[in-house]
Design a protein around this ligand. Structure first.
Ligand code: DC
Length: 232
């Protein structure tokens, strides 16, 4: 799969949705992709998958060269599912739930701070740019991966609101959780993702910023759809 497979002269539109964990960008991106009939790239899942595979192979998470080599191997054989509820398999095993754990998120955040790891994931992410269009969600979709995107959105919410959303998700799945611990984890991950030198979490200069601390999912989606329809 490569962008050069597209018919000549057809630009593939991209909408980027960046933001911190718990901002609802995953759910909103998926809903938007379904409404528009476009592909969806959950770039965080690629970082999580790489971290998970590295842990599974007992790689040292500080060994940048080994992570780059692993990313190259994974990108050759691995494609994220693009529609519906994503089931992510690694070597034939469903790892969807394992990728959503806090320990995997923290490992992903650590390796995502390494410039060569980010570079190794660039082409892999850009492969998802396919007609009729792509919704790409992550941290640097609008700033680095798709700087020419048609529309750039940045979703955010207060850290306590985001931690509480995560808490409710975990409890719903029957997983024990401690809200105070989640608030601390959200804050420290935000700090690491925003403070890193390589592609830090920040809105693109031309991004529309939506703070949805006091909005529900339907209202957030309505605002996002309005912005999309105004441009497409
Ligand atoms: O969106 P997420 O929570 O699944 O992402 C997991 C980690 O991966 C997050 O801590 C930061 C990193 N990430 C990133 O640095 N750049 C992206 N485009 C997506 C995720």
């Amino acid at each position: 799969m490569s962008n050069s497979d597209q018919p000549a002269g057809q630009a593939v539109p991209v909408i980027t949705i960046d933001g911190p964990s718990g901002s609802g960008k995953g759910t909103i991106s998926q809903a938007l992709a379904e409404r528009l009939g476009w592909h969806h790239l959950d770039s965080g899942a690629l970082y999580r998958l790489l971290a998970f595979a590295a842990l599974q192979q007992s790689l040292d998470l500080a060994d940048e060269a080994a992570l780059v080599a692993l990313a190259a191997r994974l990108s050759k054989c691995y494609r994220l599912p693009t529609a519906g509820e994503p089931v992510i398999c690694l070597d034939g095993v469903d790892v969807s739930d394992a990728l959503r754990t806090e320990s995997c998120a923290n490992a992903a955040s650590r390796i995502a701070a390494m410039p060569r790891v980010r570079e190794a994931l660039l082409d892999w992410q850009r492969c998802y740019r396919q007609l009729p269009g792509l919704i790409a969600d992550g941290r640097d979709m609008g700033t680095v991966v798709f700087p020419d995107a048609t529309l750039k959105l940045f979703l955010t919410a207060r850290p306590d609101v985001r931690a509480e959303r995560r808490y409710k998700q975990l409890i719903k799945k029957g997983i024990e959780a401690d809200l105070a611990v989640l608030v601390r984890e959200v804050e420290s991950r935000d700090k690491r993702d925003s403070a890193r030198k390589a592609s830090p979490l920040k809105p693109a200069k031309d991004a529309l910023i939506i703070d949805n601390s006091d909005l529900d999912e339907a209202d957030t989606l309505r605002q996002v759809l309005e912005a999309a329809h105004a441009l497409l």
